[in-house]
Design a protein around this ligand. Structure first.
Ligand code: F6P
Length: 343
């Protein structure tokens, strides 16, 4: 078989580990021929290819980012995009595609499956918001980076008796905020799943101070929103998938905290640091398991399927199952565990 591979959406630690595993088993065990498409779906639309062999994918296991490059191109929102995708696949004699991505990239994969393209999906995103899989690779690394940052911010919070507001990524899911908040000992965690009441947050912080705890970490997910009419909100640009560019809500939260409590407050927006650098061992192993399972699925002709982690096992499920609905934060984890440490 001749198998094409692409990485789409935000770069994410572990992408190279998937590429390496697909190639190692695809070429080494099955004798398939592999090619990469540059910059996600854009490379398929524009027919930008690169040879993928065991030789060209050596030494990339621990490297962050993606050797294939990535983009947020949506062929369904590009002039003649789908026809050009089909032309490229025909011209390059591609029998099957391995698409590695999150909600957007796999959403396109699901639509192309309906349009007759033979695709296997691999779930990636630091946001951990894909349904049908317990975890996506990249998430563990992002949580570790955010936790390390919170550990460091405790130092300043304690030395200066300050409130430190830390903004983490995650788009419309609060997974990174919840897990890094639990691991980092946050006094408050604001997630997109539940509009926050700034007055309640400030009351909690005042109660902490009254008990003699003058240093507080407030973790804010970039997609967190205040209850309507309680404080200012933000707006931003929209991409080809209709997603608004998030970031900056923590500045508004910090302003309100300082104004309403009088406590000195500072902001740290972690941003793309959370996606950068080497993947954790957990993410390297998960990505490697996904890569092996993806090439097995392509070899078996299990198209329209995505590999997923369910209860510790790698399974196959329809790509459509992963993209239908966002996987939001487990409320048991948030209310039953994280919230116990608020105040
Ligand atoms: O989906 C991953 C993610 O890092 C989100 O957490 C974040 O909102 C978004 O991508 C940022 O995208 P970009 O790199 O295009 O700014």
């Amino acid at each position: 078989m001749r198998i094409g591979m692409l990485t789409g959406g935000g770069d994410c630690p572990g992408l190279n580990a998937v590429i390496r595993a697909v190639v190692r088993k695809g070429e080494g065990v099955y004798g398939h021929n592999l090619i990469g498409f540059r910059h996600g779906w854009r490379g398929v639309v524009e027919c930008q290819t690169v040879d993928l062999t065991v030789g060209t994918t050596r030494g990339i296991l621990h490297r962050g980012g993606t050797i294939l490059g990535t983009s947020r191109t949506n062929p369904y929102k590009t002039d003649d995009g789908v026809r050009r995708v089909l032309d490229t696949l025909k011209r390059e004699r591609v029998d099957a595609l391995v698409a590695i991505g999150g909600e957007d990239t796999l959403g396109v994969a699901s639509q192309l499956t309906d349009d007759g393209v033979r695709i296997v999906g691999v779930p990636k995103t630091i946001d951990n918001d894909l349904s049908a899989t317990d975890f996506t690779f990249g998430f563990d690394t992002a949580v570790q980076i955010a936790t390390d940052a919170i550990d460091r911010l405790h130092t300043t919070a304690e030395s200066h008796d300050r409130v430190m507001v830390v903004e983490v990524m995650g788009r419309h899911a609060g997974w990174i905020a919840t897990e890094a908040g639990i691991a980092g000992g946050a006094a408050e965690i604001l997630i997109p799943e539940e509009d926050f009441d700034i007055e309640r947050v400030c009351d909690d912080l005042k109660k902490r101070h009254a008990k003699g705890r003058f240093a507080s970490i407030v973790v804010v997910a970039e997609g967190a929103e205040p209850k309507e009419g309680t404080m200012a909100t933000q707006s931003g640009e929209v991409d080809q998938f209709g997603h608004v560019r998030l970031g900056g809500i923590s500045n508004l939260v910090a302003e309100e905290i300082e104004k309403r409590t009088g406590f000195e407050t500072r902001v740290t927006i972690l941003g793309h640091v959370q996606r950068g650098g080497t993947p954790t061992a957990f993410d390297r192993i998960l990505a490697t398991r996904f890569g092996i399972a993806a090439i097995d699925a392509a070899h078996d002709g299990a198209f329209g399927q995505m590999v997923a982690l369910q209860g510790g096992e790698i399974v196959r499920c329809p790509i459509a199952d992963a993209v239908g609905e966002l996987k939001t934060v487990d409320r048991g984890l948030f209310h039953g565990v994280a919230e116990v440490f608020f105040r």
